[in-house]
Design a protein around this ligand. Structure first.
Ligand code: DAH
Length: 341
């Protein structure tokens, strides 16, 4: 090929290339132009480069130099076109953002129904003048049994009915450990009275543990609300009034409270507390007048103070409120159940 001819073709290609690169309207068409011009296999520039070989050797340096200049020019035009189009895309999407459109609502969780119930029960008792006390879930036998007047021979202390913990000093095979997962929140009665002189007016809400097989009404871990009021001249009428006020606040005005005679080592007399709700009586827990032996164990004078105590099941209260028939639902953590509360 003659040099003149080569240079005419080269100029023609450079002009048309710059024109089509400048005219590309979007990133996709620019890419098509790039392949057509600069493609490594069959691009038009590559084809022209092959023509270089046929040029007279004396004229080759000039041809090569001009070819390189043309190539750089085309590449520069391509780079400029690319920058122009990507900037346009960025601007377009910025313009396409409408801050007044509703956003995507994030999925938020909420408190577990038992936690919600606990908060509500605390609220109701706060209005009745009770403050909240806490106690540990790992307890010793004094707080869980002895100070509560539960003798060593009492069946409630049976290792099969409690989660005793093995301690380093009392290992397997030795006499049973003094530590256990508390089986009732009545432990907190002792903790509070150990620390504070009368009068006392507290509720305590938390987990308790018993080795029960899980079924619709049992679970090896559940929650209780414990109440304790100690003052002078406290009577069972006060106990019943407080429980009735509590029940009508939590379940509704038409709830009736019934006491059935019962026995607990830490109260005398003792009662089972039933509530009539919708079409039946439901047992909610136990209650009674604090036994003088308990007062003595914490250094209170039973001649000077009287008091009442009660313990109710939190799951039971929550289940009655919402018509839940299987306690296990609370602990499966199935969001289809939980999101309804
Ligand atoms: N602690 C008892 C239980 O878990 C419930 C109970 C009964 C608590 C009578 C009390 C009470 O405070 O006075 O079965």
């Amino acid at each position: 090929m003659a040099l003149d001819e080569f240079l005419v073709e080269l100029d023609g290609l450079t002009d048309s290339a710059t024109e089509s690169l400048n005219a590309a309207l979007d990133v996709d068409s620019l890419e098509a132009v790039r392949i057509d011009l600069l493609g490594a296999k069959s691009g038009r520039l590559k084809a022209l480069q092959k023509g270089l070989a046929a040029i007279d050797s004396a004229e080759k340096p000039v041809a090569g130099k001009r070819f390189n200049e043309a190539k750089q020019k085309i590449e520069a035009a391509y780079a400029a076109a690319k920058e122009r189009l990507t900037f346009a895309v960025a601007q377009q999407s910025a313009a396409g953002f409408d801050p007044t459109e509703p956003g995507c609502k994030p999925i938020l969780g909420h408190l577990h129904p038992i936690t919600q119930t606990i908060e509500e029960l605390k609220d109701i008792f706060a209005r009745l003048g009770f403050s909240v006390a806490d106690g540990p879930e790992i307890e010793d036998e004094r707080h869980n049994f002895e100070a509560l007047n539960i003798a060593r021979s009492h069946p409630a202390r049976d290792p099969l009915d409690n989660f005793y913990l093995q301690t380093a000093t009392k290992s397997a095979g030795a006499e049973r450990s003094e530590w256990l997962l508390r089986s009732q929140t009545s432990t907190v009665q002792i903790r509070v009275m150990d620390e504070t002189p009368p009068p006392v007016r507290i509720v305590s809400l938390g987990r308790v543990y018993r080795p029960d097989t899980a079924d619709a009404t049992h679970y090896p871990m559940f929650h209780q609300i414990e109440g304790l009021l100690v003052d002078t001249d406290v009577t069972m009428a006060d106990l019943k009034s407080v429980l009735r006020m509590f029940c009508s606040s939590y379940l509704g005005e038409d709830v009736h409270v019934r006491f059935r005679p019962s026995f607990f080592p830490f109260t005398e007399p003792s009662v089972e507390v039933d509530m009539r709700w919708q079409d039946g009586w439901i047992e909610m827990g136990g209650a009674g007048m604090v036994d003088p032996n308990v007062f003595e164990a914490v250094g209170y004078d039973p001649e000077k103070v009287t008091g009442f105590a009660f313990g109710l099941g939190v799951e039971r209260l929550c289940a009655r409120r919402y018509g839940i028939t299987d306690i296990r639902e609370f602990f499966k953590n199935d969001v289809r159940f939980l999101h309804q509360f």
